[in-house]
Design a protein around this ligand. Structure first.
Ligand SMILES: Cc1cc2nc3c(=O)[nH]c(=O)nc-3n(C[C@H](O)[C@H](O)[C@H](O)COP(=O)(O)O)c2cc1C
Length: 397
């Protein structure tokens, strides 16, 4: 029987393995950040700087990582963030991600820009599937799309709001990698240097589905990844405002969250508008390079929105201990994008599942070491010598 560890004992192992299996331009598109990658590094450093105290001689033999969110039980307070073009790392990658999450019992977020239609993902995977929306300013187009998401069966929707300008990722230019995808000479050379990827991903994609395309796009929008986009005419990202969120709130009956915030001020507006929560995220360090790590703003956000409003964070979580630390500063749940994508590049659904299993095993081990039996017991008391931001400016005396 195949080794279910895949030879990967942590997320960094999966990352290294993924690097070998992908053309350089595609690996860097997934792996890297923006500009000087300050945010990318800081996302990790913020987690690593927090020290937690072990507690001994507490019976933890019946501990559990299980919790719930939006009325549904989840195996651990963790979910998969939306990642456009997951199909570039593994043929039908989005279905594998969603199936792995369903098997683990955690939420997975399907992306507007996915290369597999939302209906196909929903049908193939089921489970606790959420949807990520990129807004269009055209009201009719948005209304039709939101209805389609609802009719498919999604109950929770995240609206991504951090893309008022396209990000500055200089390595993509050097790699000849662009969205829409162009088969530049550099990218073709990188693809040819990776025949394994051609056989595993490119050839089956063309044979089964044709060219890579944003499979959810309505006919009005160009959908082939290689086509010139008309999409920005419809999204007008620079002109989007809270009015657009109000409009979507009024047409969406389920749980509605905004994703891509990095401040308590914005989270307070979301709470005031009656949304169910926010995803504090700096897009994995892929947009604003001097942004704080979401982890660093959780506590101040919690002070601003109160105890019941959901605060989910992503960006930089790579260890089970990170989930524990995020909850201890006040988050309800953690998500991550790259770890399960690395897994997907390594072994499709099995690889994504392996990433989830690593997070769960590590979280369970850390809970035991801290003397914690239940997720609700996690709080700021676990920290040794914490920085002020752990208390959101209200450090206990
Ligand atoms: C390749 C890739 C594609 C992404 N595409 C989207 C997207 O379409 N929509 C979105 O809201 N976020 C997208 N994100 C951001 C993720 O949802 C998430 O915020 C980020 O990956 C979290 O950081 P982490 O990878 O360090 O966990 C993408 C991230 C990556 C790595």
């Amino acid at each position: 029987m195949a080794d279910s560890t895949l030879g990967a004992y942590n997320i960094e192992d999966l990352r290294r393995m993924a690097k070998k299996r992908l053309p350089r331009g595609i690996f860097e598109y997934v792996d890297r950040g923006a500009e000087d990658e300050i945010a990318l590094r800081n996302n990790r450093e913020a987690y690593q700087a927090l020290k937690i105290k072990n507690r001994v001689l507490i019976d933890v033999s019946n501990r559990s990582t299980e919790t719930e969110i939006f009325g549904r039980k989840i195996t651990m307070p963790f979910g998969i963030s939306p990642t456009a073009s997951a199909g570039l790392v593994c043929e039908g990658g989005e279905v594998g991600l969603a199936r792995a999450a369903a098997r683990m019992g955690v939420p997975c977020t399907a992306a507007t820009s996915s290369l597999t239609p939302m209906e196909e993902i929903y049908e193939a995977a089921g489970g606790n599937l959420w949807f990520q929306l990129y807004m269009w300013t055209d009201r009719d187009l948005t209304a039709t799309f939101v209805k389609r998401i609802r009719d498919t069966g999604f109950e929770t929707m995240l609206v991504t709001v951090d893309s008022s300008a396209s990000p500055n990722r200089e390595y993509n230019h050097r790699n000849g990698f662009a969205m829409p995808l162009r088969y530049s000479a550099t990218l073709i050379a990188q693809i040819l240097a990776n025949p394994g990827w051609c056989c595993r991903v490119l050839a089956p994609q063309y044979l089964k589905r044709g060219p890579f395309r944003k499979a959810n796009n309505p006919p009005e929008l160009a959908s082939k990844l290689t086509q010139a986009e008309v999409e920005s005419e419809y999204t007008k990202p620079a002109s989007q405002s809270w009015d657009d969120i109000r409009r979507i709130r009024d047409m969406w009956p389920g749980n509605l969250l905004v994703k891509g915030l990095q401040s308590a001020e914005d989270a307070a507006i979301a709470a005031e508008l009656g949304l169910q929560g926010v995803v504090l995220s700096n897009h994995g360090g892929r947009y604003l390079d001097s942004a704080p790590a979401p982890l660093q703003v959780v506590a101040e956000t919690r002070s601003a929105v109160g105890p019941d409003f959901k605060i989910i964070i992503d960006s930089g979580a790579r260890r089970g201990a990170d989930i524990v630390k995020a909850l201890a500063v006040g988050a309800d749940m953690v998500m991550s994008g790259r770890p399960t994508l690395y897994g997907s590049a390594v072994a499709g659904e099995a690889g994504s599942y392996r990433a989830l299993e690593i997070f769960r095993t590590e979280m369970d081990r850390v809970m035991a070491q801290l003397g914690i039996n239940r997720v609700v017991e996690i709080g700021p008391h676990i920290f040794w010598n914490p920085p002020d931001w752990v208390f959101g400016g209200a450090k206990p005396q």
